[in-house]
Design a protein around this ligand. Structure first.
Ligand SMILES: Nc1ncnc2c1ncn2[C@@H]1O[C@H](COP(=O)(O)OP(=O)(O)O)[C@@H](O)[C@H]1O
Ligand SMILES: [Mg+2]
Length: 274
């Protein structure tokens, strides 16, 4: 089961992964109410399970209630590559200094979770993997030992994050790993993971895929609903738009994705751009 961005962020927050404060809304009135509660500037974000919402006009900054209303009106009901927006997430605007990329998938061939980190965030990670594979730091975690603090720091260092945020980025990766394991996720992806002007590190976007067969152990997750995913026509549109256009894979360049893991290949084909 794929979660919407805000459902992923709420799941992250339960595991102390830092995320911006926000509220979900399904109507213009609710959106304005949420914006007033959060304060300005805030961001109105379309909640559909597809990447590139920013480029498609599904993410807009509001400086006041009038703008929040106008953006909510424009975004609710909008079509983003075949998916109708039924819900928006209103969150505080972040002052972005840097955009990084982080993800965790289960690598079946290595029988271990694979953590990836890159300073080339905010863009399509498949393109990064193709053009500059060394820009992605990778590390397998021994499932029995778990994620060690030094591994987070090593990944941050290898990826080339700014020296002053090596520790907080490492700490975020450890929390993300906790979320991945405890919630029995198949994929968690943060693109972008940001550093703010005042050097705070937080997850600005969230893509989470949960293992359907383990949902019975996670009542809170099993209750999550996504109106777009339940519309058969929209499901078909999503399948069409998520067909792989290239056969690249961020985890392994020399072998096809299917040899790494099904979660890995899904991550590669459906990875959110930007
Ligand atoms: N809360 C926010 N504050 C400031 N800018 C944001 C915020 N959320 C998103 N953005 C901007 O919009 C871009 C796209 O947002 P993101 O959540 O990654 O959606 P998508 O990947 O679907 O385009 C981000 O890279 C960032 O530049
Ligand atoms: Mg994104």
């Amino acid at each position: 089961m794929d979660l919407l961005e805000y459902q992923g962020k709420l799941l992250f927050a339960r595991h102390d992964v830092p995320v911006p404060e926000g509220k979900a809304a399904t109507s213009v009135e609710e959106a304005v109410e949420a914006a007033e509660a959060i304060g300005y500037p805030c961001v109105v974000k379309a909640q559909v399970q597809i990447g590139g919402r920013g480029k498609a006009g599904g993410i807009k900054v509001a400086q006041n209630a009038e703008e929040a209303e106008a953006h909510a009106k424009a975004i609710l009901g909008m079509d983003i590559r075949g998916l109708t927006v039924h819900e928006v997430w209103i969150e505080e605007a972040s002052d972005i200094a840097d955009e990084y990329y982080a993800s965790i998938v289960f690598d079946r061939s290595a029988k271990a979770p694979l953590v990836m980190l890159s300073t080339k965030g905010g863009m399509d990670i498949e393109e990064v993997a193709e053009a500059d594979p060394d820009a992605i730091a990778r590390l397998h975690v021994d499932p029995l030992l778990g994620f060690q603090d030094f591994q987070g720091r090593r990944l941050a260092f290898e990826a080339g994050v700014d020296a002053d945020v090596v520790r907080p980025v490492g700490a975020l990766l450890k929390q993300l790993y906790g979320a991945f394991i405890d919630e029995e996720a198949m994929l968690v992806e943060v693109n972008p993971l940001i550093v703010t002007g005042d050097r705070q590190v937080r997850a600005l976007d969230a893509k989470v895929t949960l293992d359907d067969s383990s949902l019975f152990r996670h009542a809170e997750n099993a209750e999550l609903r996504n109106p777009s995913a339940e519309d058969p026509q929209e499901r078909m549109a999503k399948r069409r738009s998520s067909r792989p256009s290239r056969s690249s894979c961020p985890t392994r360049r020399s072998r096809p994705c299917s040899s790494t893991s099904s979660a890995g290949s899904r991550a590669a084909t459906r990875s959110r751009a930007g």
